[in-house]
Write a protein that binds this ligand. Structure first.
Ligand code: NAP
Length: 313
């Protein structure tokens, strides 16, 4: 498969020198180092955030809202707040008790929409079952929707004029760009069709010029859809969904899935060892797509701050 230099018009976050992409001596896949690319994105975010503060007299700001104390959500929220501090972004913490009503949460979102120190609003999902996440996402000012999940931002992406882009798919595109994987013209299969990953991933791949197939539980023959793909993005949430032998030799494989096995090990949706023997590029789990999601969130906060200040990111 053809590789090209970074900056192929996909509009991914600005980074500097290319990461090492040497193919292993055993002929297996290039293992995509998401931690290294995420560190580069964060470095450029930090430079832009400090420049922003110098020009506008305040740092870019992210409000992180958590309802209740779900342990996994608490870890994600803590990491996001810490990452903001490391990148020169002000973090505004809003920890609401588990008994908070949807009306109270919506009132907070409205207040944050009006707060001039806040450029980005992130409401940690999942919300308690009685709340409708769509109503909450819809209430966020699209100009502050740094998760990129508001219908306005997804719609802009669908219309080939991306503004704030959904973090995980944007992270996959940034990895492809950094590794010189020229997506234009490639046959791409996305496995998973959720609002958070699969659907916006398909839109990002179309924006990059790929020919895209999206698979879900209604797909009749998943194997053949994966076998003909030159790019595979797996976002299902079930280990072993994609056996390694389905991978077309030389394909680029991005595994978004995060699953914990009975022994406590983190694995993706693709059978890694056998897939890595056939793929041209592959993301490991952990250390592949995962670190990119938070890096792209930070990138979106700076982009939102600059857009709100009347500048292009
Ligand atoms: P989700 O909302 O549960 O969606 C799963 C999707 O997979 C659905 O579209 C479903 O189809 C499809 N699916 C389920 N079984 C399938 C099968 N056997 N064959 C084909 N498609 C199948 O999950 P999500 O929120 O998109 O997350 C997916 C995975 O990515 C999870 O492991 C999650 O933890 C991970 N994730 C990682 C990051 C990261 O930063 N790395 C970020 C977000 C999510 P239907 O639409 O027909 O139900």
């Amino acid at each position: 498969m053809k590789a090209t230099s970074a900056g192929d018009g996909t509009g991914a976050a600005a980074t500097t020198a290319a990461v090492p992409t040497a193919r292993p001596a055993d002929g297996g896949a290039i293992v995509i180092d998401g931690k290294a690319v995420a560190a580069k994105v964060r470095q450029s975010v930090s430079v832009l955030a400090h420049e922003f503060e110098g020009r506008f007299g305040r740092p870019p700001g992210l409000a992180v809202v958590q309802v209740g104390d779900d342990p996994a959500s608490s870890i994600y929220v803590r990491n996001k707040r810490k990452s903001c501090q490391e990148s020169g972004i002000a973090s505004f913490a809003h920890d609401l008790p588990a008994g908070t009503t949807e009306a109270q949460l919506l009132a907070l979102v409205h207040a944050l929409n009006l707060d001039q120190r806040v450029d980005g609003i992130l409401v940690q999902l999942p919300l308690p079952g009685r709340m409708d996440p769509n109503r909450v996402i819809d209430a966020i000012d699209p100009a502050k929707d740094v998760d990129g999940l508001h219908p306005v931002n997804v719609g802009l992406l669908a219309q080939k004029r991306p503004r704030l882009r959904p973090c995980t798919p944007y992270g996959v595109i940034t990895l492809a760009t950094e590794y010189g994987i020229a997506l234009r013209g490639l046959r791409a299969t996305v496995v998973g069709a959720s609002n958070i990953v699969g659907r916006p991933m398909a839109l990002e791949l179309m924006l990059a010029g790929a020919t895209v197939t999206v698979c879900h539980t209604g797909t009749r023959d998943l194997k053949s859809e994966v076998e003909r793909a030159e790019v595979v993005v797996a976002a299902v949430g079930k280990p072993g969904t994609i056996p390694g032998e389905w991978i077309r030799p030389g394909a680029a494989v991005f595994d978004v899935g995060i699953n914990r096995t009975a022994t406590g090990k983190l694995v993706g949706d693709v059978e890694y060892e056998s897939a890595a023997q056939r793929a041209g590029w592959i993301t490991p789990v952990p250390g592949g797509v995962g670190p990119m999601t938070i890096a792209m969130l930070l990138s979106n906060v700076v982009a939102a701050a600059l857009l709100r200040a009347g500048n292009q990111a």
